[in-house]
Ligand binder design. Sequence first.
Ligand code: SAM
Length: 287
Amino acid sequence: MNSLFERISAQYGKTCADEIAAIERRCVTVRVNSLKAEAEEVRLALLSAGIGARPVGWYSSALILDCIDEREVQRLPVYSEGKIYLQSLSSMLPPLCLDPQAGESILDMTAAPGGKTTELYALSGGKALITACERDKIRFERLKFNLERQGASRVTPLCVDALLLDDYFSFDKILLDAPCTGSGTATLGDPIEFSENYLKKCVKKQENLLKKALKLLKKGGTLVYSTCSVLPEENGELLARVLPESGGRIVPLDPFEGIPTLPTAPGTITVRPDSLYEGFFVAKIQK
Ligand code: SAM
C-alpha cells in the first residue's frame, strides 16, 4: 500500500480505502454544451455512432457513455463542433454550485484547460462576464482553443499568475478550482504519483490562492473552492485555517441526489471516488 492509500485508510477507514484502491477505470462522461446543442440531439448522434448514453439525475447536461475509449468520442462531429466537452461528472459540480448569472463579473482563477470556464459560460446562457486566468503558457493555449471550440466568445482569457492580479480588481463571483495532488482521480489503470512533500507544496499553493481569491471577491460575493482531492489538508482543514482570518464563511451546499459522498467538513461536499465519480471536494464561501 502506498502512502496515499495509507492516508485514505487513516481518514476514511480500511474498507473504504480498499474499495477506492480497487477501482479499475472510470466510465467516459460528457457535458453537453447547452449553447450549441440539446442533450437529446447529442444522445441520438452518439447512438447513431454506436455509442449508448444515459442521463444523470442531477444534471440534464451530463451524459454517461457506454464504457468506451475517449478517443472514440474525439472522432465524432459533435466533439469537433464543440457540442460536447469530455468532463468528469464530479468536475461538473463547482460551476453548478457557483450558479453563474447574466451580467455577473466572474473570475475563474485557475482555468485551463477550460472545462469549468466553458460550463460557467454555458450555465449563464453566454451572458456572464468571465475572466479566465491561467499561468502556464501551454495550458493557456489549450484554454483558448477550448473557449473557441465551445463558442465561449465573451470570455476574457488572461495568461497570468493569479497571485499577481491587482487587488484593484473585484468580482461578484470567483471559482478557485485549485491545483492539487489529484488524490481523488487515481485508478488502477491510471495511478497518480503522491508524496508527503508534494502534498505540502500543494497545500501552500492552495492557501496562497485562497487568500488571494478572498481579496479579489466583492463583499457579499460568492467563491466556490474545489479540488480533485479527498485529503482534508487540501480541503476542509485549509478552509478552517484561512477563512476566519480572511472574512469568509462556508455557505452550506444542498446535497446532490445520487452522488456518493465521504464524511466532510460541515456544509461542504467530498465526492467518494468510484467507477463513475472522481473523488472531489466542493465548498461554497461567502465574503
Ligand atoms: N479548472 C480547470 C478545468 O476545469 O479545466 C482545471 C484547473 S487545474 C485543477 C489547475 C490549474 O491551475 C492548472 O492549469 C495550473 O497550471 C493552474 N495554476 C496553478 N497555479 C496558478 C496560479 N498561481 N495562477 C494561475 N493559474 C494557476
